[in-house]
Design a protein around this ligand. Structure first.
Ligand code: NDP
Length: 451
């Protein structure tokens, strides 16, 4: 039977809705059959017709725009001067023909204010809430937001979005680790020396200064996405692939994770880009980008080393790094193996083996030591490469799939969101006190020298 839902997007005039959410919905609806009413609410004046055109255009980015037509008749746009107004929220809910999914495409502080107002609104049975990252602005506000949400709907109806968890490659991490004998046998601190989780972008600010300058790379990327990837890389095998077991094992990893040596000054680095060229694009200094207040000292590149204090991982550094305006796009989990003892007759191996998982392209690369070509008494490095096709759905399509099905498997549970803030709290505090220097790197480079 076709499932019927109403998606009520609060903040429908923003970048997320246009660039990611509606195209993600298009990718989902071109593969799966749902009866979806799409409602938009924002301060901006816009007619139903203009909203329908936006939906059509978004579908056009992914599939035939005519595929949108069957959803357009019920689509509505409601001008909402104050999204925290209780009476207006009640009207928005009343405009939903089916069980509402309230999608908060809003800045975090506005999301919290709307949740507070929703306590006075009658929410229909089964209402789901989808909340974007960052979830709160620190541990205290995340806890407060969780308490507030718990007064609105049960936890199974709350979807804290992390679109990295919608990426098929992140799920592939579980397949690669647990569905064959080769990797799981060596997936521990006795065999692995170091793990790097890197998400380097070539894009600069792209007009999102208003948001980014109050977040920075640490909050925008490490505190959310990269810690979620770390949890998948490091977790014990869940007994079942369901929301309880998968998220419990991920939460267990996060609870055991702390900044290396509990010393955020020695084990974190931050930098921001200066003017430079990325490919043939010239970027201004971050400090000169529109919407940026240089006095906030917001970083565009962050690196933090953490330890997972479990029998499997104790003593293995996990290095998390992400930045903008870098010379090369790198979206990798790189697992460095410990060196082998010298092999009689061959001399030492050229370098320890490593396993690379590319979270974006889906490729897996194994750098292995093999006998030299020509002279088998020598050893040399060889790379085995496996390419994979991307998943059928865009990441936001996968996210929405879970929400429309009411399955929170790929969403972040309340305790996980809080743990991520707890882990990064000492780094945020050290940076606020200026205990870690803010370095610089030219846009288009690989980061500051010596990193
Ligand atoms: P935008 O800055 O583009 O704003 C989204 C909406 O928020 C706008 O429609 C705007 O409404 C509304 N808004 C802003 N301030 C207020 C206010 N004080 N009161 C009421 N409404 C307000 O944000 P994005 O669309 O980029 O992002 C939305 C959320 O999604 C954020 O939490 C962001 O962190 C997250 N996100 C965004 C991504 C992206 O690439 N854009 C990626 C991943 C997550 P109006 O149109 O009425 O002015």
């Amino acid at each position: 039977m076709t499932k019927s839902v109403s998606i009520l997007i609060l903040g429908a005039g923003g970048d997320l809705t246009k660039r990611l959410l509606l195209p993600g919905l298009a990718s989902l609806l071109s593969v799966h059959d749902y009866d979806v009413q799409v409602l938009g609410a924002a301060r901006e004046e816009r007619t139903d017709e203009q909203w329908r055109q936006l939906i059509r255009d978004s579908f056009g980015q992914v599939t035939d725009p005519a595929d949108a037509d069957r959803f357009l008749e019920s689509a509505r746009y409601i001008v909402t001067p104050d999204v925290t107004d209780v009476a207006r929220l009640q009207e928005l809910i009343a405009a939903c023909d089916h069980t509402p999914i309230i999608y908060f495409a809003l800045p975090p502080a506005v999301t919290a204010a709307v949740c507070a107002a929703l306590r006075q609104v009658d929410l229909p049975e089964g209402t789901r809430l989808a909340l974007e990252k960052p979830f709160g602005t620190d541990l205290r506000s995340a806890r407060a937001l969780n308490r507030l949400i718990a007064q609105l709907v049960p936890e199974e109806q709350v979807f804290r979005i992390d679109h990295f968890l919608g990426m098929s490659m992140v799920l592939n991490i579980l397949g690669l680790r647990f569905a064959n004998q080769l990797f799981e046998a060596v997936w521990n601190g006795r065999r692995i020396e170091r793990v790097e989780i890197v998400y380097d972008e070539t894009l600069g600010l792209e007009g999102r200064g208003g948001y980014y300058d109050h977040a920075g790379a640490l909050i925008d990327m490490l505190q959310s996405h990269l810690l979620e990837v770390l949890a998948l890389v490091a977790m014990e095998q869940p007994p079942k692939l369901n929301e309880v077991e998968l998220r419990s094992n991920a939460a267990q990893v996060l609870r055991a994770t702390h900044v290396w040596d509990d010393d955020p000054v020695a084990n974190s680095r931050r930098a921001r880009y200066t003017a430079g060229k990325v490919g043939d694009r010239s970027l201004p200094s971050y400090a000169d980008e529109p919407g940026v207040d240089p006095a906030l000292k917001t970083e565009t590149l962050a690196q933090v080393t953490v330890e997972i204090d479990t029998a499997r991982w104790r003593g293995v550094p996990f290095v998390l790094r992400s930045g903008k305006a870098l010379g090369e796009k790198v979206t990798q989990v790189r697992v460095h193996m410990r060196p082998v003892p010298e092999i009689p007759g061959f001399g030492g191996a050229p370098a320890p083996d490593s396993i690379m998982l590319d979270v974006k392209s889906g490729a897996v690369e194994l750098d292995l030591t093999m006998n030299g070509s020509g002279d088998p008494f020598t050893l040399e490095r060889s790379t085995l490469v496996a390419k994979k096709e991307p998943g059928d759905l865009l990441p936001y399509g996968q996210v929405l799939h879970g929400i429309l099905d009411g399955d929170p498997l790929l969403s972040v549970r309340a305790d996980m969101a809080e743990e991520c803030w707890r882990i990064m709290g000492p780094v945020l505090r050290a940076w606020k006190k200026d205990e870690v220097p803010l370095e610089e790197y030219p846009a288009g480079s690989s980061g500051p020298e010596g990193w």
